[in-house]
Design a protein around this ligand. Structure first.
Ligand SMILES: [Zn+2]
Length: 377
């Protein structure tokens, strides 16, 4: 029987960036789930480029019966973000100085390795209440698998743990995630004759200044459970112009914001719309339109905190909140109490030195075994 470190070495070596099919990771997990104990169901779809994607729901057969509702669901995404081609060891994982390095080691194959290790070390036939393992596709490109699964909603769970690197803190709330594009239109002209055109890049600079005003308004409304305590806003991508000697005719800005719980994510979009109207009045001829591309709600804390307290009593780490997006708001449609918890530090995820401490992996296995025993036995 492999331990969590050996399983994680296997998992990191399976490339599973979101652009690829996640079937190899799902198949690896299926090999661990004994048919006599687990009832498994796949929820498959094809992504925009035709790649086969699968969500897996595995339900333990408590008391030999087939269930639709679990007491506890362990939820984990199977895809990773892309990696720099210069990082040659991204899918050649290695253990160095107590950490396991590789793409996905902390986000979030480490948690998956802990799930597979813990269930393979336990006698599942002893469980009186069912345990579910839920593996999802395409989390890193917009929680597409989790949304697909929540739409199918063929099962429910009383409790759910969504794996993400939280240093084994139980996370009870998280910010939402919203994304939009601003398209600034100008008029192309030979750059020797600027008066014959209108620079979309110059107007985009005015729009960016306007977004600063929006960000200040957002920062005035606080939720002290978060750091930063307000809805943040970022212009992450700017694209405009065609050549050095052409007055640019178009400039596109990608804007994201992360709404705090308790705040309608539409509010920031309304502020942006209002700002664009103001700019159009202040700078006659400025033309900018705004398209919202995504608006995922915040992860609101559950009414109960039984699971968060149970995890805290085992790890001695206090419950907290996170500012990054997770599948938790989607899973909240399928479970009564959801927390986010897992080994590793999100600060190293999505970087060229992604890693997870080996010691935290083994703590996570002990934690999962205790939580399963406490809730399902
Ligand atoms: Zn993740």
């Amino acid at each position: 029987m492999k331990n969590e470190v050996d399983i994680l070495l296997d998992l990191v070596a399976i490339p599973s960036v979101s652009a690829l099919s996640n079937r190899p990771v799902i198949d690896y997990a299926l090999d661990y789930l004994d048919n006599s104990v687990w009832h498994t169901e796949l929820f498959e779809y094809r992504d925009g480029t035709g790649e086969e994607k699968a969500n897996l729901v595995a339900m333990s057969r408590a008391r030999g019966m087939l269930w639709r509702e679990s007491e506890l669901a362990l939820v984990c995404h199977t895809d990773t973000v892309p990696f720099d081609p210069a990082w040659q060891d991204a899918v050649n994982p290695e253990v160095r100085n107590g950490d396991l390095f590789g793409r996905g080691s902390c986000d979030v194959k480490g948690f998956l390795a802990c799930i597979l290790a813990s269930v393979s070390q336990m006698d599942m036939t002893r469980l009186r209440k069912p345990l579910a393992i839920v593996l999802t596709a395409d989390e890193e490109i917009g929680c597409i698998g989790a949304k697909y699964l929540a739409g199918k909603a063929r099962f429910r769970s009383r409790f759910a743990i969504v794996g993400e690197p939280t240093g084994l803190h139980a996370v009870r709330a998280g910010k939402g995630y919203a994304l939009g594009e601003i398209i600034v239109s100008g008029k192309e002209a030979h750059s020797a004759f600027p008066d014959r055109g209108r620079s979309a890049i110059r107007d985009a600079a005015r729009v960016i200044d306007g977004l600063d005003r929006v960000a200040r308004k957002l920062s005035a409304r606080k939720n002290r459970n978060f750091d930063p305590a307000y809805t943040t806003l970022n212009v992450g991508v700017i694209q405009g112009g065609t050549a050095k000697n052409i007055i640019p005719g178009e400039c596109r800005l990608t804007v994201e914001w992360r709404p705090i719980p308790g705040q309608d994510p539409k509010w920031a979009a309304e502020l942006i719309e209002a700002e664009l109207r103001l700019l159009a009045r202040r700078f006659p001829g400025l033309r900018a339109r705004f398209n919202v591309k995504r608006m995922d709600p915040a992860f609101e804390p559950s009414a109960t905190d039984d699971l968060a307290k149970l995890v805290q009593s085992i790890t001695r780490r206090r419950p907290t909140t996170v500012s990054f997006g997770t599948e938790a708001p989607h899973m909240a449609k399928l479970a009564d109490e959801v927390i986010v918890c897992g080994p590793g530090n999100m600060g190293t995820a999505h970087t060229n030195s992604e890693r997870v401490p080996i010691a935290e992996l083994s703590k996570c296995v002990s934690l999962l075994k205790l939580v399963i025993e406490r809730l399902c036995e």
